[in-house]
Design a protein around this ligand. Structure first.
Ligand SMILES: NC(=O)C1=CN([C@@H]2O[C@H](COP(=O)(O)OP(=O)(O)OC[C@H]3O[C@@H](n4cnc5c(N)ncnc54)[C@H](OP(=O)(O)O)[C@@H]3O)[C@@H](O)[C@H]2O)C=CC1
Ligand SMILES: C[C@H]1O[C@H](OP(=O)(O)OP(=O)(O)OC[C@H]2O[C@@H](n3cnc4c(=O)[nH]c(N)nc43)[C@H](O)[C@@H]2O)[C@@H](O)[C@@H](O)C1=O
Length: 261
């Protein structure tokens, strides 16, 4: 068997599935979806219970809990302001989390791992809608290149383990997401929760205007996180190949148009 023709696994509903980052936007949606379709044996740890940047703690966790499947939705995440203000945190924490989790998952017998990246891995000038083949074809968007480099390393790590160890690690690249358990921080969040908060506060206070950053002309593709979770479970159950997979809505909207969404 080559690295690229691994047969998709038949998952038992009692399979031990570790959802890393289960309290976040994506992780909580994945947990909802897994439970809805009948998975009964989810392994969940908050950041305070298990710091995934701590290599020895991660090894101990995997050696004791022995998950069979892993969905890696734990990461240092934020919008454009957070990414450009804390570049060291974004590159270092993400490299640490994903390196620890991917390597321990392989070493402690996990059958399959799904790594979550982001559409920011693509070059700034990639054609839109962005095909997977655009990866590493040009310079990145400077505001989040540190985060993007970590995510590209995650894809490459999954591919490397697939090739060298014939291990079933796959990667999904979601577009901009929204939904329950999003981060509504006034500066560090993504645009949709930031604007929801700002418009709500303006309504409550009776403010006459709301500030939206930038020109409003950038385009983004938005996807409800429950649709992403559906895709993640589908990929876990059905997809097994070397290439990363984009997950989006296929419809781009301008930031300006969000005012009337
Ligand atoms: N939000 C978006 O628009 C998009 C997100 N993605 C990707 O989806 C994934 C999840 O993002 P999202 O759900 O939005 O992020 P959130 O910030 O909502 O959630 C991140 C989760 O990671 C956990 N976490 C962070 N650091 C650590 C750590 N050191 N140890 C253990 N757990 C940790 C947090 O735990 P706790 O809650 O316990 O602190 C939290 O549950 C990321 O890989 C991101 O790149 C991709 C594209 C778009
Ligand atoms: C998913 C993706 O998310 C991040 O990339 P991003 O798409 O640039 O995300 P964003 O939601 O922060 O901004 C989208 C657009 O919206 C504009 N904008 C207007 N007003 C606000 C505002 O109030 N807040 C924010 N955050 N943006 C605003 C903002 O100027 C930008 O043009 C990555 O860093 C990375 O984390 C990643 O993977």
């Amino acid at each position: 068997m080559t690295a690229t023709d691994a047969v998709p696994l038949k998952l038992e509903k009692s399979a031990r599935i570790f959802v890393a980052g289960h309290r976040g936007l994506v992780g909580s949606a994945v947990v909802r979806r897994l439970r809805t379709v009948g998975y009964t044996n989810l392994i969940l740890r908050s950041h305070s219970e298990l710091d995934l940047t701590n290599q020895s703690a991660v090894k101990t966790f995997f050696s004791i809990e022995k998950p069979q499947y892993v969905i890696l939705a734990a990461a240092k995440v934020g919008g454009i302001h957070a990414n450009s203000t804390y570049p060291a945190d974004f590159i270092t924490i993400n490299l640490q989390i994903q390196t620890n989790v991917i390597d321990s998952a392989y070493r402690y017998g996990v059958k399959k791992l799904v790594f979550l990246g982001s559409s920011c891995i693509y070059p700034k000038m990639a054609p839109q809608p962005i095909p997977e083949s655009s990866l590493l074809t040009g310079p990145l968007e400077p505001t989040n290149e540190w985060y993007a480099i970590a995510k590209i390393a995650g894809i490459k790590m999954c591919q490397a383990y697939r090739i060298q160890y014939k291990w079933d690690a796959i990667s999904a690249m979601p577009t901009n997401l929204y939904g329950p358990n999003d981060n509504f921080h006034p500066e560090n969040s993504h645009v949709l929760p930031a604007l929801m908060r700002r418009f709500h506060e303006a309504k409550v206070s009776g403010a006459k205007q709301v500030v939206v950053w930038g020109t409003g002309s950038p385009l983004r593709e938005f996807l409800h996180v429950d649709d992403l979770a559906d895709s993640v479970v589908f990929l876990l159950e059905k997809y097994s190949d070397l290439g990363h997979v984009n997950v989006g809505s296929g419809k781009e909207v301008s930031i300006k148009s969000l005012r009337s969404w």
